[in-house]
Design a protein around this ligand. Sequence first.
Ligand code: ADP
Ligand code: MG
Length: 388
Amino acid sequence: MRRRFIGCGLMSGTSRDGVDVAVTEITGRFPANKIKILHAETQAYPASVRALLLRATRGLTAEDVATLDFLLGGLYGQAVLKALRRAHLKPGDIDAIGSHGQTLLHRPRGVMVAGRRVASTLQVGSGAVIAQTTGILTVSDFRSADIAVGGEGAPLVPVYDYVVLRSRTASRIALNIGGIANLTALPRRARIGDISSFDTGPGNSLIDSAVGMVTRGKQRCDRNGTMALSGKPDMREVRTILKHPYFRRQPPKSTGWSEFGEEFASRAVTRMKRRGLSRDAIVSTVTCAVGRSIAEAIRSYVLPRLAPDEIVVTGGGCHNPVLMAILKEAFPRACVDPGEAFGISSDGKEACAFAYLAYLNLKGIPANVISQNSGLRPAVLGVTALTY
Ligand SMILES: Nc1ncnc2c1ncn2[C@@H]1O[C@H](COP(=O)(O)OP(=O)(O)O)[C@@H](O)[C@H]1O
Ligand SMILES: [Mg+2]
């Protein structure tokens, strides 16, 4: 491997909006790596693919799953080739692709089958297809090894947060508000074992679903929080949403579409419609619930151990001024700002982290232990597809 590693990270999150691509340069030695984005872009899924993915929650057959796996693998491969052309790079310039894949199922706590508790997770977007489409070595399926050693399988970014965002002078929370929101707590002068990480619950997924429902599919998201700003949140409904048992569970914990996807949103929206709330009030209410669920998670599970000086917000949610205002108000003594204020890309961060996870895989460096901070066996995350 060259001293300068160029990875291409792919992130396709719970929002099912598309795939983020980040061509990333990694130098130095773990954990003192320097990680720099050379080129980042988001490629929206074609409408037909998005529609397929939104339906893909329940009752999928093996045929559906296999088809989606190969369909998305091909799309991700094409997305890489397109991004490389725009970045004036060739596949030969890239050492590896790291791809998260699209989650179809995430059940870290498991279910009882054949007398055993079986935890599982499933991301589609075949690494073999990506590798063959691009001619680039591809690492995918990062969650399985962590689940296999008894971990949550998510979040996967804490190792990246540790390398890029730990600070000698400030205690930080790295908060990513994607479809699901997750955070990594990084105490000042943290060592790798000092950090902790968990999913706080829904992020944009709940807002996007509510917007889709109240606009009958005409709008997909509340751009710049316009609807939430025009309405007033219904506090009774906010409290009902926050009664979901997930919020009371101690970390480490992770969640996904099955807990906070369309079904959950649809129940909340139906309740609010029945009570005669306006479109804007409904969107304002779910936005308030999302913001408060994040603030509450920080209060309950982070503040007892760490008072954050800085909250580094990334993911699509950092563009929502209502979410940002709720967080700023909840933590007046912390500096709450988008990633850019701390030198990282808010939209490219997670894709960049997957380029880094591919690098760690190829170096044989375990990436799970610090994601859980729970004495789990170290595991190298990801499965490699070679091209020859
Ligand atoms: N300008 C904006 N205003 C409000 N919300 C935004 C804006 N830009 C992005 N978002 C939200 O961010 C979501 C995408 O977030 P992203 O970080 O890509 O999540 P994921 O990793 O789950 O795909 C969009 O669906 C939308 O809800
Ligand atoms: Mg996205």
